[in-house]
Design a protein around this ligand. Structure first.
Ligand SMILES: Nc1ncnc2c1ncn2[C@@H]1O[C@H](COP(=O)(O)OP(=O)(O)OP(=O)(O)O)[C@@H](O)[C@H]1O
Length: 257
């Protein structure tokens, strides 16, 4: 079996049949508020707990806001920054402001993907990072979708070449069936799709592993919840589409049907 990187996210490694194959570049795709950022932060945080350094590349949120949001789940990264195990690569502030002056890894112009990749490479080497997140890659090609696949390939070569296993957050609109940009789904080694569906007047969260090179995996849509400790995936449950509505059923029962 290929070497696995444990996400440590309850229920998630089970549906991945042991974890993410090392060096896989995984697209975490979904609509607004589906939990892509929290899943990605949990992946990095759990890596730190396992002694694996990680970097988090922010394009959509202020680095200070990211750290604050992580704290609400009990994920305080500050001690890991001090130990040289964690760094945020800031491709958000444009290098402007007091905060940015204190930062080590800043990308003033995220449309310059070549520079972004160089800074990411430096950060990975300095930390000996094993895990990386880019939140979100969609920002890199939002105004030039035809470049999406090439940009993902460029990022993948660097990350995978350095032995890093990565989550790339990919935003799709609420109604979109795809994964966020022409061809990105082919360039990525894995795709995890997160969804939010209104069922009986309530929004229900679910995820499905659409693709994962190097391993078998569950082909089912699993419900998950966001708790005050982060994401919990119900690997024994399936969220089933049934005549235009969804039902949550126990895995055992669904197999009898
Ligand atoms: N402490 C919490 N407990 C439970 N649910 C929470 C908590 N904090 C945030 N959430 C839920 O998580 C959602 C945000 O998740 P997240 O930021 O990961 O979404 P996302 O998929 O990255 O969205 P976007 O693409 O819009 O940035 C919120 O809309 C809220 O429903």
């Amino acid at each position: 079996m290929s070497e696995r990187v444990k996400t440590g996210i309850p229920g998630f490694d089970e549906i991945l049949h042991g974890g993410i194959p090392k060096r896989n570049i995984v697209l975490v795709s979904g609509g607004p508020g589906t939990g892509k950022t929290i899943l990605s932060q949990q992946f990095i945080w759990n890596g730190l707990q396992m002694g694996e350094p990680g970097i988090y590349v922010v394009l959509e949120e202020h680095p200070a806001q990211v750290k604050q949001n992580m704290k609400q789940f009990g994920w305080d990264v500050t001690p890991f920054e001090k130990k040289g195990m964690f760094e945020i690569v800031d491709a958000f502030t444009g290098g402007i402001g007091e905060y940015a002056k204190r930062e080590k890894y800043v990308v003033p112009d995220p449309t310059d993907v070549g520079h972004l990749v160089d800074v990411v490479r430096d950060a990975i080497k300095d930390l000996n990072a094993q895990r990386a997140v880019i939140d979100s890659v969609s920002t890199l090609y939002i105004t030039r979708p035809s470049l999406a696949r090439g940009i993902i390939m460029q990022i993948k070569k660097v990350l995978s070449g350095l032995g890093v296993t990565a989550f790339l957050v990919s935003q799709v609109s609420v109604t979109e069936r795809g994964f966020g940009g022409p061809g990105v789904e082919h360039a990525a080694d894995g795709i995890v799709r997160l969804d939010l569906d209104e069922i009986g007047g309530e929004l229900k969260r679910s995820l499905i592993v659409w693709k994962m090179r190097g391993t078998s995996h569950s082909m089912r849509r699993h419900p998950f919840e966001i708790t005050d400790k982060g994401i919990v995936v119900y690997h024994n449950k399936v969220l089933k589409v049934f005549r235009g509505s969804y039902e949550e059923i126990e895995k055992g029962k669904s197999e009898e049907e």
